[in-house]
Design a protein around this ligand. Structure first.
Ligand code: PSU
Ligand code: MN
Length: 305
């Protein structure tokens, strides 16, 4: 076992008894949602995964260790600590070696999941190519991680705060397949359609697992994006979210927000500008993804990879 890994009793037991494990990120808890809904949602998402026959492993950096699975107290601490650091690939060694409290992004969670031998990871939305990236060069490290780390990432697509077309182009260049579940369209997080299609529609967990196992069996390293649209009754009206997104982007620009602060700034502004309705949608889509991810983790057990 890797020297930096620390497994919760629940996850250690799952490993010992061969149960399927699903990784969960923690930046969504510390920087993606407000307290206390963040902790409440994290708990409920974990329970959905248990009810679906898999074991949840929320990942965070605490006390110089990569914690794979958090206790109630650790989850509470992470959700209620304003100084938890958003940890992507770049930040991982710093936060670990300094013994600081870190919440992992999609990129860092993929790295930690791979170290822990976990193949499936559930989140809300992945990072991507930001609008205006041709001058800002703001491209999330999540995409580069998907290009090299063997973890399937279940999400509800990417938010339209990003340039969705360029994000898909970037993934294609790096050989990252984008799978959709239940529809041909690649979803846009708050809404079910982005105007772009995914590469491949695979509706069942068995098909998704067979596809992913085949990719890795070929030695084609890197992740797979498994995108499931938010349930229709929870989706936001497109015109409303489009207008609010534009406003949030303009405010980020006016306030000179750059680097790792951009995504949390936009998420928080969208929540305020929708008077909390975006949060409700956000919670609903993560829960839906948890069901998809748990089924996938179980199906992947049939495929040694
Ligand atoms: N997109 C969301 N919600 C999130 C994030 C992205 O809809 O919480 C978080 C994830 O942790 C993701 C990170 O990995 O933001 C991307 O940040 P950046 O763009 O700085 O790479
Ligand atoms: Mn960025």
């Amino acid at each position: 076992m890797h020297q930096f890994l620390s497994f919760s009793p629940e996850v250690a037991n799952a490993r010992a008894t061969g149960k399927p494990v699903v990784a969960l990120e923690s930046t969504i808890i510390s920087h993606g949602m407000p307290y206390p809904q963040n902790v409440q949602t994290a708990r409920e998402v974990e329970q959905i995964i248990r009810d679906a026959g898999a074991v949840p492993a929320t990942i965070a950096i605490i006390g110089g260790k990569i914690c794979i699975g958090l206790t109630e107290e650790q989850l509470e601490e992470l959700g209620n600590s304003p100084d938890a650091i958003k940890v992507s690939r770049r930040d991982l060694a710093y936060v670990l070696s300094q013994g600081k409290l870190g919440a992992t992004t999609v990129a860092a969670t993929m790295i930690c999941a791979q170290l822990a031998g976990i193949k499936v990871f559930v989140t809300g939305g992945i990072g991507g190519v930001h609008r205006g990236a041709e001058t800002s060069m703001d491209i999330s490290a999540d995409l580069q991680e998907l290009a090299q780390t063997n973890v399937a990432v279940v999400c509800a697509g990417v938010k339209s705060i990003l340039d969705i077309g360029l994000t898909l182009e970037y993934l294609e260049t790096h050989g990252v397949p984008v799978v959709s579940v239940g529809q041909p369209g690649f979803p846009a997080f708050f809404t079910r359609e982005s105007g772009f299609n995914a590469d491949f529609q695979l509706d069942t967990a068995a098909e998704q697992a067979s596809f992913i196992a085949t990719k890795w069996a070929l030695g084609l390293n890197g992740g797979v994006v498994v995108s499931a649209p938010v349930p229709a009754e929870e989706a936001m009206p497109k015109e409303e979210i489009d207008a609010i997104t534009l406003r949030a982007l303009q405010e980020a620009d006016e306030n000179g927000v750059t680097g790792k602060k951009v995504t949390p700034f936009l998420l928080a502004r969208i929540k305020t500008l929708t008077e909390g309705r975006s949060l409700k949608t956000n919670i609903a889509l993560v829960k839906n993804n948890a069901r998809v991810g748990a089924a996938l983790a179980r199906a992947l057990q049939e495929h040694p990879c």
